[in-house]
Design a protein around this ligand. Structure first.
Ligand code: SF4
Length: 424
């Protein structure tokens, strides 16, 4: 079945008009261009990326390359396509051949242009081209390590915390990360987890009834793979619920498909403020000219941008990688927000590192660079315990009424704290 056909099946339009706005007739269709084609698709292309697409996609125009729908259609999704572009190791080849079901290979041509084509150890390639490590499952791992299924109140809606919900909008991503927490959910048309507008309606009905919910995080899959009209329709419906104070979108698209952030798209998003965006970021290699343009457009539209990064073994678990990543994000008006330990998803042992690494990264940031560049370090507790924050311990002890504290250089200082008990 063709990709457009799959997408239509994943997200069918509702059968009848809905209260606030009518859904678009074909929900994944882009609206007709309002300006000349050339102007709409203008977007920077970095020199290395240009060389890549001339080599592997000859005959492709810059306008096509910069059209996010072209990028989605041209995603690298099979062994022959991977082999055409990458010099695959035997391990990668066998792992791809063996794969069935959810979390398939999926890489946008743009994102592939940032990867090491001849080097299986290159960080971005490691996060997106499968290897044999995925098939080694440890006893402490699971398909739903965060217990989201347990807290699912209606299909696609996870209500764990009192005043906020996680709204899973789609099973589609523009690229599939090999360590994905929702590996069980994404990229598997016909599998156990399906998404549709009628399912959205059920979730909206739940939210209308549950007046305690004031914050909705849209995730998936990646909500930015949904067409403009359709996402506009969903945001409008959510905005119409009076007790919902603000909306958040969790996405990796600005890093892997920055061309998606068109001027028309941000104009649409702007209608739904207060709207925040959490961007999944992995490595400084991602911080290209294209990403700079995409984040500038989002920030100019008044959307507060935060980052989320997973600490991954041999990929970014090093202050020499993380410090420039966090500083580079801040420069692009993305506030480093969360640094997570990798969830113990089935087959993730080759990505997981020790908690010490995360603390070491925070120690390298805290006090050594701008406070805004230091994210919260957290573990999302397996079994549904929620996020638990961790930090290097600054409290050394107590000497009478003085609390003894360690600063970023490892020196000890006293703080007068008469009557206090902390550090005793
Ligand atoms: S983009 Fe997000 S949801 Fe999609 S595969 Fe990557 S981590 Fe999972």
């Amino acid at each position: 079945m063709s990709l457009p056909a799959l997408r239509r099946r994943e997200l069918k339009p509702p059968l009848r008009p809905l209260s606030q706005t009518s859904p678009p007739s074909r929900l994944n269709d882009a609206p007709p261009p309002k300006k000349p084609f050339r102007v709409i698709l203008r977007f920077p292309v970095s020199p290395a990326t240009k060389a890549f697409y001339r080599r592997f996609y000859p005959g492709t125009s810059t306008a096509e390359w910069n059209d996010w729908r072209w990028q989605m259609r041209a995603r690298i999704r099979s062994l022959p396509e991977l082999s055409r572009i990458f010099a695959l190791s035997e391990d990668e080849r066998q792992a791809v051949e063996r794969h069935r079901g959810a979390l398939p290979v999926g890489i946008t041509p743009y994102y592939a242009s940032l990867m090491g084509l001849d080097d299986p150890s290159e960080p971005l390639r490691r996060t997106h081209v499968m290897t044999g490590g995925e098939y080694l499952k440890n006893a402490d791992e699971g398909d739903d390590p965060l217990g989201e299924d347990h807290d699912t109140v209606v299909p696609g809606l996870v209500h764990r915390y009192p005043d906020r919900v996680l709204f899973l909008t789609t099973g589609t991503c523009s690229t599939y990360c090999r360590y994905c927490t929702r590996a069980r959910v994404v990229g598997n048309p016909g599998g156990e987890y399906q998404f549709s507008v009628s399912q959205w309606e059920t979730a909206l009905a739940y939210l209308e009834y549950h007046t305690e919910v004031r914050d909705v995080l849209l995730s998936g899959g990646d909500p930015l793979t949904i067409g403009d009209d359709k996402l506009d329709w969903l945001l409008t419906r959510l905005r119409a619920i009076k007790h919902i104070e603000f909306l958040r979108i969790g996405t990796k698209v600005p890093m892997v498909l920055p061309q998606r952030i068109s001027k028309d798209f941000v104009k649409m998003l702007k209608k739904h403020h207060p709207l925040f965006m959490s961007i999944h970021v992995t490595h400084p290699t991602e911080l290209t000219e294209e990403v700079t343009e995409a984040t500038a457009r989002l920030a100019d539209a008044g959307i507060p941008l935060g980052s989320q990064t997973v600490v991954l073994k041999g990929i970014n678990d090093d202050p020499a990688v993380m410090v420039p990543l966090m500083q580079g994000l801040l420069k692009r008006r993305v506030r480093p927000y969360y640094l997570y330990m990798c969830d113990p998803i089935s087959g993730s042992a080759h990505f997981r590192t020790n908690v010490e690494k995360g603390l070491e990264i925070i120690s390298a940031l805290r006090g050594h660079t701008t406070g805004y560049a230091t994210p919260i370090f957290a573990i999302d507790a397996p079994g549904g315990g929620g996020k638990i924050q961790l930090a290097p311990n600054a409290i050394v002890g107590r000497d009478g009424d003085d609390l003894l504290l360690r600063n970023f250089e490892g020196k000890t200082f006293r703080y007068p704290d008469p009557g206090g008990t902390v550090g005793r």
